[in-house]
Design a protein around this ligand. Structure first.
Ligand SMILES: *[C@@H]1O[C@H](CO)[C@@H](O)[C@H](O)[C@H]1NC(C)=O
Ligand SMILES: *[C@@H]1O[C@H](CO)[C@@H](O)[C@H](O)[C@H]1NC(C)=O
Ligand SMILES: *[C@@H]1O[C@H](CO)[C@@H](O)[C@H](O)[C@H]1NC(C)=O
Ligand SMILES: *[C@@H]1O[C@H](CO)[C@@H](O)[C@H](O)[C@H]1NC(C)=O
Ligand SMILES: *[C@@H]1O[C@H](CO)[C@@H](O)[C@H](O)[C@H]1NC(C)=O
Ligand SMILES: *[C@@H]1O[C@H](CO)[C@@H](O)[C@H](O)[C@H]1NC(C)=O
Ligand SMILES: [Zn+2]
Length: 506
């Protein structure tokens, strides 16, 4: 513990140096102990001490670390590991090396003013969406430091930034209680900040009834006199309206949906990136061809039922978690399904599986161990009994044994605990415990009649290898391994029920 604190203190000293040179003005150091250094960069609401406690609070507040109150002594080791994993997720989100240590880059990012919404959301958290395309807004409290006309101008531009992405109109009304979006500038001393790190200067709730809170005592910069004079109000407005529409944070630091609002001197003002555009259109299932079309009437042009990009159509891998849900991978995203039902829109793999690879070539689950293979790395996960969160399994990631000469394109488990890895016409029986293949041979000899271009297999009865769900990129098959025959096939579009966007009514 002592060692760890010392470590943080040393790193903190480095971090402070880094901040000063990155162009922030007005830093003043108390000259002795770096741990009581009071950061005065642009405001006095900086974390006074960047210690282990602060880091844990930060990671909890912004969704990287589950807030568990259990203080079992046997879990101290466990919770330290969780903290390191959470730190890695933070580093991954911020696009810096995932060292699991609070290095200068990490602490520099952790001290920036930011949006109060979480970066990582529990997989059970579903998104609401607006069911109409005219939204009303009202400002209940104005900021002291920005002229009302300037604010309106900025706000109109901020709404327009999203209006061109999807067909949504924003109309100002003079009654807060009749308004879809209520915007207020309030002192951060008021409890809206709800952030023990005090770094939050704005936050917003999503559909169906949105509140946007923005700090009234921030020194807001408008227009082009940005960095020298304060935090860019336009950036914050566009960002929070993004949340109003249902968007979440983007790891892309060039995106308006990046959670950190403070930029360094030479960093460009963020934009609505093409990825933001795609994410928002996918949320509302509007293809790019729909954009020019004028909405016909108030409530129906956002059609959730047609051509849903949020639902699995083409996939790269799939496996069953120990608790029975399926994880369905495509590129850097994962769906979670249960009993044929897609439970969430696709989210980044690492949001479900800490320290996960950015793509999955093959996956399989034996007992309570789930493995993902990315190129030649094997990542292992287990689920906690308490809340079903995934945790990296001990000893993973591992390198695939060198005797497997191919890069696995598919995998499925056997009942005895080995997994089958495949590529084209060869397969290996792989013993996960010893991390070595036990048998290599021709696929068509031992597993005839498997679907062409197989990618994954899930036993229909856990722990049995009689009948499998077998997956290709677009279809799912029932395969009976005893008679080595396909029984049925179906495309993912009909196999999965995918109507989570319809579960919200206005
Ligand atoms: C975590 O939980 C504890 C105990 O319930 C609470 O005091 C603390 O404020 C919580 N922290 C966060 C960041 O929610
Ligand atoms: C917003 O609503 C409040 C309360 O209903 C009202 O007092 C205020 O005038 C409205 N703001 C504007 C700019 O119309
Ligand atoms: C929405 O999709 C359904 C089903 O395809 C279709 O019947 C309906 O006309 C569509 N509505 C709009 C407004 O596009
Ligand atoms: C799975 O879905 C079917 C059909 O909707 C339903 O009858 C069955 O009870 C569900 N099973 C579970 C375990 O939820
Ligand atoms: C693994 O997936 C990546 C990303 O989709 C792909 O580029 C690579 O070719 C895949 N490897 C194999 C062996 O299929
Ligand atoms: C499981 O069975 C396969 C084939 O029957 C065999 O090659 C493999 O070694 C077995 N694995 C274990 C762990 O016994
Ligand atoms: Zn945000």
């Amino acid at each position: 513990m002592l060692l760890l604190s010392l470590f943080f203190a040393v790193i903190f000293a480095i971090a402070v140096k880094g901040c000063v040179s990155s162009g922030d003005s007005g830093a003043a150091a108390s000259d002795h102990d770096p741990r009581v250094f009071n950061l005065e960069l642009k405001s006095d609401r900086r974390p006074p001490v960047l210690n282990e406690r602060f880091i844990e609070t930060y990671l909890q507040t912004f969704g990287y670390l589950r807030n568990e109150s259990g203080h079992d002594t046997s879990e101290v080791e466990n919770s330290k590991e969780k903290l390191v994993n959470a730190l890695k997720s933070f580093q991954q989100f911020m696009g810096i090396p995932g060292t699991g240590e609070v290095d200068a880059q990490t602490s520099g990012l952790m001290m920036r003013k930011r949006c109060g919404n979480a970066d990582i959301h529990p997989s059970s958290e579903t998104l609401g969406l607006w069911k109409k395309n005219v939204l009303t807004w009202n400002i209940t409290h104005f900021p002291k430091t920005v002229k009302e006309s300037d604010l309106r101008e900025q706000l109109h531009q901020a709404f327009a930034a999203w209006e061109i992405v999807i067909s949504m109109d924003f109309v100002e009304v003079d009654r807060a209680d009749k308004s879809d979006i209520v915007i207020s500038f309030e002192d951060s001393e008021n409890d809206w900040q709800r952030d023990p790190t005090h770094l939050t200067i704005a936050r917003a709730s999503g559909p169906i009834s949105s509140r946007v809170w923005i700090s009234a005592d921030e020194h807001w910069g408008t227009n082009n006199e940005l960095e020298q004079t304060g935090t860019d109000l336009f950036n914050v407005l566009v960002h929070e309206i993004g949340h109003v529409l249902g968007m979440r944070h983007s790891p892309d630091s060039g995106s308006m949906m990046h959670p950190l609002f403070e930029r360094t001197m030479n960093q460009q003002r963020p934009i609505v990136t093409s990825d933001d555009v795609e994410r928002l259109r996918n949320l509302y299932n509007v293809g790019s061809q729909d954009v020019e079309k004028q909405p016909e009437n108030d409530a129906t042009s956002l059609n959730e039922t047609t051509s849903n990009n949020n639902c699995p159509k083409i996939i790269q891998s799939a496996t069953n978690a120990p608790d029975g849900r399926w994880l369905v991978f495509k590129e850097d995203k994962v769906w979670q399904t249960l009993n044929h039902t897609v439970m969430t829109p696709p989210i980044e793999i690492f949001q479900v599986l800490p320290s996960a690879p950015t793509y999955v070539n093959a996956s399989a689950t034996v007992g309570d161990l789930m493995v993902l293979i990315s190129d030649r790395q094997i990542f292992g996960y287990r689920q906690t009994k308490r809340n079903g969160q995934f945790e990296p399994a001990e000893g993973y990631p591992k390198e695939l044994h060198s005797r497997v000469l191919f890069y696995p394109e598919a995998a499925f488990p056997l009942a005895n605990g080995s997994i089958i890895l495949l590529s084209d016409n060869v397969f290996a029986t792989y013993d996960l415990e010893n991390n070595a293949p036990t048998f290599l041979n021709d696929k068509n000899v031992y597993f005839p009649n498997l679907p062409e271009n197989l990618i994954s297999g899930i036993p229909q009865d856990a722990g049995s290898d009689n009948v499998y769900w077998m997956f290709t990129d677009t279809d799912i098959y029932e395969y009976d391994a005893r008679i080595q025959q396909i029984l049925n096939s179906e495309s993912y579009t009909t196999f999965f029920t995918c109507d989570f966007v319809k579960t919200f009514n206005n």
